[in-house]
Write a protein that binds this ligand. Structure first.
Ligand SMILES: [Zn+2]
Ligand SMILES: [Zn+2]
Length: 98
């Protein structure tokens, strides 16, 4: 038998995903810690050349430059618009079904 990752570790979180179970609190915290550490590492390294203008850069590096902020704003606008479209489609389908 393969050694199972323990709960409360990054591996434990992914074990939940593999087994399709809800990650428990210690596992979610481990993931948050891992991501926070990862982001901090990235921020210390600085944004690589040519990476500006992406929402990922805005999020991962917390880059506040004009290009990255614009990319994030654009994403949020599209995201909100997309959600409205989905809601509309859903209620439309419900009406048709009834
Ligand atoms: Zn767990
Ligand atoms: Zn930037």
């Amino acid at each position: 038998m393969r050694l199972q990752a323990k709960c409360g570790t990054y591996g434990g979180y992914h074990r939940h995903l593999r087994q399709h179970t809800d990650p428990c609190f210690p596992c979610r915290k481990a993931l948050a810690d891992y991501q926070a550490g990862h982001r901090e590492k990235l921020r210390k390294q600085g944004v690589p050349e040519g990476a500006h203008g992406k929402r990922y850069t805005y999020q991962a590096y917390n880059c506040q430059c004009e290009l990255c902020v614009a990319a994030n704003n654009k994403y949020m606008t599209e995201y909100r618009a997309g959600r409205q479209v989905n809601n509309y489609t859903k209620s439309y389908e419900k009406e048709r079904a009834s």
